[in-house]
Design a protein around this ligand. Structure first.
Ligand code: BG6
Length: 481
């Protein structure tokens, strides 16, 4: 590129990464934390699904119990993020660390202290904290007693937790995320047990009335989000409250209008809650769909006001992959991870996730033009098997290449298409426990963690080649991208 025309990302662009509590912290029984839903999920792999147990089975391994020991090592990890030049870091607060059963009147002060310390450490480097309030971390008690998001009582308890955190971190945190990826909850979607469980505390196969349950939980989660947004802004008008959605652009298999129409419907499934949280009302088209399907939504008069008052300030997008819709796909079609089939034009990761940098630009345009709200790329990254070479070197050029390609299209989206994007957060800046498989072997980080799926390893951290690459990108504000 001509030197003169070399451009950077916007001067106030946030560069950083995202992590979640249950995938990093460990310390699952420390300082008064109660058991959360993910504490009952075993290590699996691409071929072996994670098991969800009712009680802790001491013969099995539960990766959240130790995770990557961030609970004890956050100072070291945040220092490494600062060394890369991060200007933003997204973490989540584990609800079960603050309210061990979810029902206490008073929060667990040790839990609050932990997060205050983490946030203070983040801020001591001039990094902007972005805090997710629900990233699959519900106290298990709320599932057992109330059926989790199926019950409106849980919205009330979630808001109690949110209020506690808005107040505890007032003046320190200004970017909040009400929840992570609830958009997968849709009555039309046939879900895996693990994905349904992460979002709701229930296995898909055990839901008695699947369509009704998914619709109720999807509605209650969207409602809880707008209520949290209004509450957070009431507590501090400087707060910017968003929600994070895991979005998969869908492409029709061909120009057969049937495929195109089915594709439109597939893609739209992810958007009804974004519509609800950004347009000031729960969408009529969805209610119509529910009526036809015999689904009843218990919508109160006051909910309408909540949707009006709780419009989001920004939309977080987790982007990993696109997919293809083929009406009447058959057994020979290579199925993709989140529904649809594989795209023959794209390569895929070892875990079957197609790699599609253009999909990111497409998606950002799609969402920005639909809502006109600022966006933030809250997750993007490549899960891969890394090789630890001699002298503790990890040459992850495939990861660098992945990020480079995605950042190129992001830059085009911002500079050429005029998309307002607040920042780019990788998933994840440090190796952590995979949510879908429970593995450590599916590594995402710029920082290697010495921990293996058999529980071996001393948790020490090693910088990968990508660490130095990302540092340079941030230092130069992406001028060479
Ligand atoms: C997102 C989640 O869906 O994808 C993260 O927000 C998750 O929690 C990430 O880790 C990557 O998925 P996985 O299954 O590879 O960990």
């Amino acid at each position: 590129m001509d030197k003169k025309n070399r451009s950077t990302f916007p001067h106030d662009f946030l560069w950083g990464g995202s992590i979640s509590a249950h995938q990093t912290e460990g310390g699952w029984e420390e300082d008064g934390k109660g058991p959360g839903i993910m504490d009952f999920v075993t290590t699996g792999s691409y071929q072996v699904p994670r098991q969800i147990t009712k009680e802790i089975d001491t013969t099995k391994s539960y990766p959240s119990h130790n995770a990557i020991d961030f609970y004890h090592r956050y100072k070291e990890d945040i220092a490494l993020f600062a060394e890369m030049g991060f200007t933003a870091l997204r973490i989540s607060i584990d609800w079960s660390r603050i309210y061990p059963t979810g029902e206490e009147r008073e929060p667990n002060q040790k839990g609050i202290k932990f997060y205050k310390d983490v946030i203070d450490t983040i801020k001591s480097y001039g990094i902007e904290p972005i805090v997710t309030l629900y990233h699959f971390e519900m106290p298990i008690h709320l599932v057992k007693k109330y059926g989790a998001w199926e019950n409106r009582k849980v919205i009330e308890l979630y808001l109690r937790f949110c209020e506690t955190m808005f107040k505890a971190l007032k003046g320190k945190v200004y970017y909040w995320v009400t929840s992570n990826e609830m958009n997968h909850l849709d009555p039309q979607t046939e879900m895996s047990d693990i994905f349904t469980y992460m979002l709701t505390g229930h296995k898909y196969s055990e839901l008695k009335d699947k369509k009704q349950s998914l619709a109720t939980m999807g509605y209650n989660l969207a409602l809880s989000g707008v209520m949290a947004a209004a509450l957070g802004r009431k507590i501090d008008s400087r707060n910017k409250i968003g929600c994070v959605f895991g979005l998969t652009p869908m492409y029709p298999y061909d120009c057969n209008p049937t495929n195109v129409m089915d594709n439109f419907k597939e893609m739209e499934r992810d958007f009804y809650q974004i519509d609800a949280m950004c347009n000031g009302k729960f969408p009529e088209y969805k209610l119509h769909e529910y009526t036809l399907a015999g689904i009843n939504i218990d919508m109160l008069e006051e909910d309408k006001l909540a949707f009006k008052e709780g419009i989001l300030d920004f939309i977080g997008i987790n982007y990993y992959s696109s997919s293809v819709t083929k009406s009447n796909a058959n057994a020979d079609d290579d199925k993709a991870m989140f529904g649809g089939i594989q795209n023959p034009f794209l390569e895929k990761s070892k875990w079957g996730w197609s790699i599609d940098p253009i999909g990111l630009r497409y998606l950002l345009n799609y969402v920005y033009r639909r809502y006109g709200l600022p966006l933030m790329v809250t997750e993007n990254g490549l899960g891969a098997v890394d090789q630890l070479e001699e002298n503790n070197k990890i040459n992850d050029d495939y990861r660098i290449n992945y990020f480079e390609q995605h950042l190129k299209t992001l830059k085009k989206a911002i500079l050429e298409d005029g998309i307002k994007c607040l920042g780019y957060l990788t998933w994840a800046p440090i190796d952590l426990v995979s949510a879908s498989t429970g593995e450590m072997n599916k590594r995402y980080g710029f920082i290697h963690v010495n921990r293996d799926d058999d529980g071996s390893g001393d948790f020490s951290r090693i910088k990968k080649e990508s660490f130095y690459w990302y540092k340079e990108v941030i230092e130069t504000n992406g001028i060479d991208i």
